[in-house]
Design a protein around this ligand. Structure first.
Ligand SMILES: [Zn+2]
Length: 82
């Protein structure tokens, strides 16, 4: 009995994956509090700071408010064993 070999699979090669990543610009710190700004509220870090800046202009006098926030920063620091 002849052994039939029906293992003729079609393998796809040449995966077209766009590897052209745009160069990220140097992230500027929030001009209000100095935190890392996010794209959503660029160039501010959050809507809070964005509003502050806005109010400054509305108010007229561009003064520096006292922003003191004492909280835990979302910085990853966990010990994981993979
Ligand atoms: Zn901020």
């Amino acid at each position: 009995m002849p052994d039939r070999d029906d293992g003729n699979k079609d393998r796809k090669e040449g995966v077209a994956a766009p590897d052209n990543v745009e160069p990220l610009r140097p992230a500027r710190p929030c001009p209000i509090c100095g935190k890392s700004s996010i794209r959503k509220y660029h160039p501010f870090c959050s809507k809070h700071c964005a509003d502050i800046d806005l109010h400054r202009w509305l108010s007229g006098s561009y003064a520096i408010p006292v922003v003191e926030e004492d909280g835990s920063v979302p910085d990853g620091g966990e010990n994981g064993d993979g």
